[in-house]
Every structure is written in C-alpha cells, then in structure tokens.
Design a protein around this ligand. Structure first.
Ligand code: FES
Ligand SMILES: [Fe+2]
Length: 333
C-alpha cells in the first residue's frame, strides 16, 4: 500500500521542502526529499532557485548529500559533473567512447514554486500550479494579520513516529480528542464543537477557532492574531497559526515505512516577539506534539492487530478524517 501511495500520491503532490533563505547564496544547494523522491534545491549563479531529481543520469546514484556551496554538482560514483543549471558539463571518458548527447543528460528538473519565503516542490510531470494547492490559505494567513515575508525564522523541530503517515494525518484532522488528550491546549483554545470549526475544499482541510474567553494555562493567546487556524494540504503539508503574536509553522508528514513517519515543522514569528513568549509558545506546541505522539503510536499498535476491519467516525467532529480517507481512496483507486 505504501508503495502505491508513494507512486500515486507523494510522487505527484506538492510538498513544502524548506525556506528560500536556506539556499540564498549563488551556488548553494540543499539535498532533501519529497515523499521518497530524493531532490536537491540549487541556487544558480544568476540567483534562480531550482529543484532537481537528485539522481545521477549515469547509473542512478544520489548526486548530492546534505547542504553546502559548490560551483558544480559532482556525482561521487564516476564523477559525472553537472552545472548549477542541471546541465551535464563533464563525464570522464564519455566523448572518447563516442558519447555526444551531453545536452540530454542533465539532472531532471522538477516543478518548484514559492509562497513568500517558502519553497514547494512537486515531482509530478504535470503538476497543477502551487496556487491551486494553496487555495485560500494565503488569504486566510494574510487575513489573520500575518505577513509571511516579515516573519523571522525561528527553528525547525523534527520528529519520527512509530505510526503510519495516515494515522498521523488523521490525528491532526480532528479536535474531538482535544478535551481528553490535550488539557493544556484545551485550557487555551475553545475546542467545543460550536466554536472550533471545520472546513474542507478539495485537498485543503481547515480547522479554526478562537481562544477561550478566559484562557488558562501556560500560553498567552492575546495579540494581533485573534483565531487559531490549522490546515492540512493533501497529502501531508501541515500549516499552523496560533492566536497571539504573529506566528506561523509549516512542515510535511513524510512516510518512511508502513509504520514509521517523519515530520518537521519550521517555526516563524514576528520579528519583535519577545523571547519569553517565543519560549512559551514552542514549549506549548512541544507538549501538544508529545501528547499526539502517544496517541498515534497507540493507534498503530492497535490497528496492527489486523483484526478490526474498520472504525467508526463521528459525522461532524471527524468529517475531515472522512474527507482525508476519501482523498486517499480516490488517489489509489
Ligand atoms: S552513477 Fe553518477 S557518475 Fe556514475
Ligand atoms: Fe492532537
């Protein structure tokens, strides 16, 4: 199933891969992946940002690892060398042995688009524009008073979970579990079904709601941003905004194996946000994340038995989970 999901979902979907300023200088590169597709982001001499399939056209080795700054990208196997524009510029013995088709052997370029400081890549050959993937999310973020370009990058928080990627996504898509499992979050946010609203439009699933009239606990939700908004863009790009000072976090849900999932979140905040508030908000989010880890790993351990054919979803509170499942089914059908 995961192989099918990689082929039919992740290899043809948009995914957030990182920040433009992580590959800011001409010649800088950064190797990463979209689903299981190895890619490399490259800033060329003219300042153009590109994404390439990080796979050598000779015999398929990964070309780059990690990140750094180079004038060319050289495969470590037989030293085929690519320019920052992806073109094959040197291949030992190639001409001597009759090779003439240098031009056709460049790194395969993939669709890359940006939203403010954020970089997205879609490995599919006929990717719809990024704007279709993002839909009304940029307008909602701007509408909350958040100017993405004015925010400061804070940190990337990475995690791996012993659970299938869909269990992680489904956990994100409902707050039915919040009163039980997230006492801290529920002391700040109004998670009652009449306040915490769910919406879906194609591949976009959105939850939004206000803080409690009298929030309690460790996180102060007062500030310019009045409501929280939490989006999942199918298959696995997560976007969070909490009420409070301008803030934004984004990252992918990436399957590593049938029962293993990698996630990261890049956190951004207003330039003038004070350190105490920043620390408080990161700790608050880490607490919610730790609680969710236990939940999804317990679900994985439960469904692994294989002896329960199906679960039961609440038609209102879990409608985004149902929608997500139908998107997966449609993609695999
Ligand atoms: S596989 Fe890259 S040079 Fe041979
Ligand atoms: Fe949760």
């Amino acid at each position: 199933m995961l192989q099918l999901e990689q082929e039919r979902i992740f290899r043809r979907s948009w995914q957030y891969v990182g920040r433009q300023d992580a590959v800011a200088e001409p010649g800088s590169f950064s190797a990463t992946r979209v689903g299981d597709v190895p890619i490399v982001l490259v800033r060329d001499e003219e300042g153009t940002l590109r994404a390439f399939l990080n796979v050598c056209r000779h015999r398929g080795s990964l070309v780059c690892e990690g990140s750094g700054k180079r004038a060319t990208l050289q495969c470590p196997y037989h030293a085929w060398t690519y320019g920052l524009d992806g073109k094959l510029v040197a291949a030992p013995r190639f001409s001597r042995e009759g090779g003439t088709d240098h031009e056709e052997l460049g790194l395969v370029q993939l669709q890359l688009e940006t939203w403010g400081p954020l970089v997205f890549v879609n490995p599919g050959p006929d990717a719809a524009p990024l704007s279709e993937f993002l839909g009304d999310v940029p307008a909602r973020i701007a509408g909350a008073g958040i100017e993405l370009d004015a925010l400061r990058f804070l940190t990337r928080v990475e995690s791996e979970l012993d659970a299938n990627w869909k269990i992680s996504a489904e956990n994100f898509l409902e707050c039915y579990h919040c009163p039980t499992a997230h006492p801290g979050f529920s002391a700040v946010m109004d998670v009652s079904p009449d306040a915490y609203l769910l919406e879906m439009h194609g591949g976009r699933m959105t939850q939004h709601g206000p803080p409690r009239p009298e929030p309690r606990g460790s996180y102060d939700p007062s500030g310019e941003v009045e409501r929280g908004q939490f989006h999942l863009l199918f298959p696995g790009t997560v976007i969070n905004v909490m009420p409070g000072r301008p803030n934004f976090s984004i990252g992918p849900i990436v399957p590593l194996g049938p029962e293993r999932t990698y996630r990261f979140l890049d956190y951004f905040v207003a330039d003038d946000a004070d350190e105490a508030w920043i620390e408080e908000s990161l700790a608050f989010d880490a607490q919610v994340g730790a609680e969710d880890r236990v939940l999804v790993e317990r679900v994985q351990a439960g469904v692994r038995s294989g002896l329960l054919d199906e679960g039961r979803l609440l038609p209102q509170s879990e409608q985004l989970v149902a929608h997500f499942q139908s998107l997966v089914v449609d993609a695999l059908a």
